[in-house]
Structures are given as C-alpha cells and as structure tokens.
Design a binder for this molecule. Structure first.
Ligand code: PMT
Length: 412
C-alpha cells in the first residue's frame, strides 16, 4: 500500500462522498487507507451508490453510520449538511458520476451529498468514474472545468478497461493515488513544520480563599483553535492553558494546565526560550489578592477579608517575555477591547514588545469571550497596513492569524 503516508492525514476530518458507479467498490479501500492513516471519515452515499456497495461495509470500515438521506429513517434525526460541511477538512467525492459532477457544477442540491458539498469550506477532491464517451462528452468536460474554476481538485480518471468492457479514459483513479493526492494537499499546508509554537489560552483564576477566585469569561476556544491549527500545519505546540473545560487537541499539541497568572508565566517562560512563535491569547487577570485566605471567609463576618480585598498587580506575561525575546522569534498578542479598539491595540503592541496584535472587541456581536466565532483585525509593529476580517468561526480566525504572521525559520 503506497499512500506516501507521512502523517499528514492524522487527525483530519474527511467527508467521503460515494455516488452510484461500479467503482464504488474501490471506495471501501479508500476509507481503509484514510482510517489507517489516522483520519476520521464520514461517508455520505447517494441513494444510487447503495445499489453498488453496502452502507454496512462503509460504516464498518469508517466506524461511523453512513449518511444518505437528510433524515434518519429509524429515528427521524435530521442530518445537518451545514455541520458536516464545516466539520470536513477535506471533502472527497469518489467515485464521482457524470450526474453528480453536473449537479455539483450547477448547485443542484437535491441530495445530502451535493447539499453538504455546497456547505463545505474544505478543499474538495473529485475522482470521476464513467464510461469513456460520457467522460469525453463536452457537457462533462464543461462541468469539470466549472468545478476546477470553483477550486475543486480533479483527480483525473485513468485509462483502461471499463465496466462497459470498452477501453478508454474513465476508470476511477486507484484508492492509493486518491489518498496520496489528499495527503499531498495537507502536506503542502504544513507551513509550520519544524517550528515550535507557544500559545497561552483561557482565563487565569486568582484565589481569594479556598472557594472563591477572581477570574474572567474566557472559554479558551480561541487559544485552543490556534493550537490545533498550528499543529495541523506541522508545528510542535505548547499550549499553556488556564482553567477551562478540556477541548480536544490534535497530536502535536502539548497542553500544560495552570491556574493563576504566575503559574502561566512560569510555564510560558519554560517553553518560550525554545519557541519560534509565541501567541498570547489568554485573558490574564491583571490583579490578584495580596493575601489568599486559608479558609472560607464568612459573609457574616466582614472582618474576615471579603469586604475589602487588597489587590496587587500580576506580572504581564506577554510584556515580560517580550522584554527578553531573542532575534528571530515572532510574538503575537491579543487585545480585547470594549472601546477605542484600534488605539488601545496599537498602544499594547508597542508596550508589550510584540510583532503583531490581534484586536477583538466586545462591541462586535459574536466576537470575544465564549463564542464559537470571532471578528478580528491584525495590526503590525513594522507599519504594514492593518488587516481586517469579517465574523468567522474561531477555527477560521486561527487560520487567518497563522496565514498572516511571519513564520520564522526553525531556530535549530
Ligand atoms: O477564550 P475565548 O472565550 O475563546 O475568548 C477569546 C479571547 C477574547 C480571550 C481572546 O480572543 C483574547 O482577546 N485574548 C486576550 C484577552 C486579554 O486579556 O486582552 P488584554 O487586552 O487584557 O491583554 C493584552 C495582551 O496581553 C493579551 O495578549 C494578553 O494575553 C496579554 N496579557 C495581559 C495581561 C497579563 N497580565 N499578561 C498578559 O500576557
């Protein structure tokens, strides 16, 4: 089996669309190759595909129920094509019949596969399989050109004996070649291979007594999305995480869990000297109680310390590390603002010795704490124009940030 498996499929979410052609039997091997390489595969079959290969085979190999209809016949559960489209890191249609290619090219969303295709933001791979005359027909050629223009990667059909017993171009490419094409796509996106990346995420908690703390509303979603995207691009990531509910992380992300700002600074400092890139996405408490009470203070006893808590300043992690940076490191901060976002962001960019700052504002709906989306601007220290982005999922925001910060050469 030669998939040129270099690990770039591990952890990827692949939607595999199977349409009604004799080559559907080869899709079973394709699922196996993806799964063996560490990818998660969700199979969608068109109704006709089920005539060629059993959904039981595909669900057994993928480890997930196959989706064919918008609704599950047994439970009435609705399958969300939008969720599926967004879940995918790659969307592969193999085999792709002339009919499905035509529907995809023209947006004819009359089944779960084409509807999910229209909803996906992932790269789409199309492996045509059909008889030679259908393959050569101007209509099929036009539709494939449309798909190419729409950004799909067409995995050209091979020549050979066809199901009709005629010989010519129209055989679906072998599963190994399809898996290798998908893997090459991910390999090319591994723009951070060999880089070490430090990311801070989540809030910090500053203890008042054994049951109370000073904290904030950060969920960690932004920092974890950055860590996963950097790992997806091949980086070795240290994610210093404040107290958040655990999220899934990809292989390549080492999570160091901390509670307070001082613990976060210690952990970040340890990873910083080695790091090529440091991104400070955590919402660090700026102050902590000067004194932590060793037992729960009673509200009925004002003198015990709850009525007035003396606060002292926490270290500024970004500024502390910015002050001891070595040449070649890229440092990126965040600024969470409630007013004058650009002005405040510019001031933090300089004060903390950063190369760039990601500005998000609680004035923008769907941006900031806790949400699955964010809306950012990236401002640079070297004077290049500030970039502004629309509201996107935090995963897409993470990709925008990593696409638009300098990626230094690995330090070793
Ligand atoms: O976690 P989520 O719910 O997904 O929310 C994401 C987020 C809103 C927390 C994130 O997008 C964000 O804006 N993080 C930074 C929040 C913040 O504390 O901003 P700030 O403007 O107070 O701090 C400026 C920069 O200095 C930040 O990079 C911060 O990490 C850093 N800082 C601040 C204080 C401190 N003591 N040490 C620091 O390192």
């Amino acid at each position: 089996m030669s998939t040129a498996a270099t690990g770039h499929l591990a952890g990827r979410h692949i939607v595999l669309g199977i349409t009604g052609g004799i080559a559907a039997y080869k899709s079973a091997m394709l699922v196996r190759l993806f799964v063996k390489a560490g990818a998660e595969v969700q199979v969608i079959m068109t109704p006709n595909a089920r005539e060629f290969i059993s959904p039981v085979t595909m669900s057994t190999l993928s480890g997930k129920p196959v989706i064919t209809e918008f609704f599950s016949a047994n439970t009435g559960e609705w399958h969300s094509h939008v969720d599926l489209g967004l879940w995918a890191d790659a969307f592969v249609v193999a085999p792709a019949t002339a009919c499905t290619i035509a529907k995809m090219a023209n947006g004819v969303a009359d089944n779960m596969l084409v509807t999910s295709y229209l909803s996906t933001r992932a790269r789409v791979f199309v492996a045509p399989a059909m008889d030679l005359d259908m393959m050569a027909h101007p209509s099929t050629c036009r539709n494939l050109d449309t798909l190419r223009a729409d950004g799909c990667i067409i995995i050209e059909a091979a020549s050979g004996e066809l199901a009709s017993h005629l010989s010519g171009k129209g055989r679906m490419e072998e599963p190994e070649a399809i898996a290798a094409a998908v893997e090459r796509y991910f390999a090319a996106r591994c723009t951070m291979s060999g880089r070490k990346v430090l990311i801070t995420a989540g809030p910090t908690y500053e203890r008042i007594d054994p049951v109370r703390f000073i904290g904030n509303f950060s969920s960690g979603k932004m920092g974890y999305a950055l860590a996963n995207e950097a790992a997806r691009r091949g980086a070795e990531v240290t994610l210093v995480s404040g107290p958040v509910h655990p999220f899934d992380t990809l292989p390549g992300v080492k999570v160091v869990r901390v509670e307070s700002a001082r613990e976060m600074l210690d952990a970040a400092r340890r990873a910083f000297s080695d790091a090529d890139v440091a991104i400070f996405a955590a919402a660090v408490a700026d102050y902590r109680p000067e004194r932590v009470l060793d037992r729960k203070a009673k509200r009925e006893h004002p003198g015990e310390g709850l009525d007035s808590i003396k606060l002292v300043k926490n270290p500024d992690i970004a500024a502390t590390l910015g002050a001891c940076r070595r040449p070649g490191q890229t440092l990126v901060g965040f600024a969470l603002e409630t007013s004058d976002a650009m002005q405040n962001g510019a001031e933090k960019l300089v004060r903390k010795g950063l190369d760039a700052i990601v500005i998000n504002s609680l004035q923008d709906q769907g941006a900031g704490f806790g949400t699955d989306t964010n809306k950012i601007s990236i401002m640079y220290a070297d004077g290049r124009p500030t970039l502004e982005f629309g509201l996107k999922s935090k995963a897409d925001v993470a990709a925008d940030i990593l696409d638009n910060i300098p990626t230094p050469l690995p330090s070793r």
